[in-house]
Design a binder for this molecule. Structure first.
Ligand SMILES: *Cc1c(COP(=O)(O)O)cnc(C)c1O
Length: 379
């Protein structure tokens, strides 16, 4: 990297993270995000969705703070156990698992599994006998910046039938899960699913099956360029929906925040590779960075997640199109969303991409165009 003497250096550069691109994680921020959401949802089980950022030091800090975990693979189970979590604190929330992965989880002491189909239930009966199960129901992800479509969940009628099957085959029918899509901007989007879950509870109670857990999933948003409502607004809306639909006997509540805990803890340090114009008269400038869509910024697809940028320059700024370093033409971060950067920004300088602690390092490709995966540094 060529940084001339007079190039601005950011404080983090001075702290020894010279090699860009590099994701710097501040675990104290993650811990305070955990504490904030745990106190907003007092009494709920908070399971961090490990896929958002599985760095071991981060998991250690969360486990020590009392956080539980939502895991989706053997490796995530091993990481959480290595971080000091007890198997009782793990929920295997992925509804689609290989039989051997279910058996592995069971052998490590995991006893809570999600499913959304009869085929998956069969596997759990065989490989995790007697385990507790959560059936995932479809939920609308309207209003989510990163929606989840129909890949996971079944319709409520099917959930009722499958929970009867689960009870009949020796499993513990523990509850119902749903997920309203990631970076869900609307606090009221949990309410319809809570109503659905309450109905399922009532239908099963009539046949003598008492469910006890409502898993409201993740989706809790963070402020990127646009501020979002405080987490208390989401907690209030969910608590109001629980009171409305469950009346006096409320279920035990589980939540699975990923982005909310990890995103604010990360700052991605990138280098400007080139500032260019496509013609003598053209605005805007093209700014090419050494990190892009394939280097960890996958959520810039459709410009869905719009990160806040910071540079060490504070002069006048003008519009830019931001692109990544690869030879792939989809490797453009923002061309429609209006982004401005300082007019005197030059190659070799560092840009900080804020709020990048979630869904970045794990999304980065291995060796595309010879570029290494995004490196993470823990503070
Ligand atoms: C990814 C995931 C989450 C976390 O979602 P966020 O939007 O990051 O909070 C929670 N639960 C499940 C089952 C997931 O797959």
């Amino acid at each position: 990297m060529t940084v001339t003497e007079e190039s601005p250096r950011t404080p983090a550069m001075a702290a020894g993270t010279e090699q860009t691109p590099c994701l710097v994680i501040d675990v104290d921020v993650a811990r305070s995000q955990y504490e904030e959401i745990a106190s907003a949802f007092a009494g709920a089980g908070v399971h961090y969705a490990v896929k958002a950022n599985p760095e071991l030091p981060l998991l250690r800090v969360l486990a020590a703070a009392g956080c539980k975990f939502d895991v989706a693979s053997r490796a995530e189970i091993d990481l959480c156990l290595a971080a000091g979590a007890s198997p009782d604190d793990l929920s295997y929330g992925h509804p689609i698992k290989k039989s051997e992965d279910i058996a592995y989880a069971y052998s490590r002491g995991v006893r809570l599994f999600a499913f959304d189909s009869e085929g998956e239930l069969d596997k759990i009966v065989t490989h995790a006998p007697g385990a507790s199960v959560l059936c995932r129901v479809l939920a609308s992800s309207d209003g989510a910046r990163w929606p989840l479509s129909r890949k996971f969940g079944c319709v409520p009628e099917m959930a009722v039938d499958l929970m009867k099957v689960a009870a009949g085959r020796g499993l513990d029918p523990a509850g119902i899960a749903f997920h309203v899509g990631s970076q869900q901007l609307h606090p009221d989007r949990w309410e319809p699913s809570i109503g659905t879950v309450a109905q399922i509870f009532r239908q099963l109670r009539r046949v003598g099956i008492e469910l006890r857990i409502l898993n409201a999933g993740g989706g809790f948003p963070v402020s990127y360029r646009t501020p979002v409502a405080p987490i208390s607004a989401y907690a209030d809306a969910i608590h109001a929906a629980l009171r409305r639909h469950f009346r006096n006997v409320g279920p035990a509540v589980m939540i699975e925040p990923g982005r909310f805990i990890a995103a604010p803890a990360g700052v991605l340090h990138a280098e400007v590779v080139l500032v260019a114009r496509k013609s003598y008269s053209d605005e805007p400038r093209w700014v090419y960075l050494d990190v892009g869509r394939f280097g960890g910024l996958a959520e810039t697809e459709d410009e869905a997640i719009q990160y806040e940028l910071s540079t060490a320059r504070d002069g006048p700024s003008g519009p830019v199109i931001l692109a990544g370093p690869t030879c792939d033409s989809v490797d453009i971060l923002y061309q429609h969303a209006p982004y401005d950067l300082p007019l005197d920004l030059a190659a070799g300088e560092v840009i900080q991409i804020l709020g990048t602690g979630a869904y970045t390092a794990t999304y980065s490709s291995v060796g595309f165009n010879g570029l290494p995966p995004l490196r993470t540094v823990i503070r």
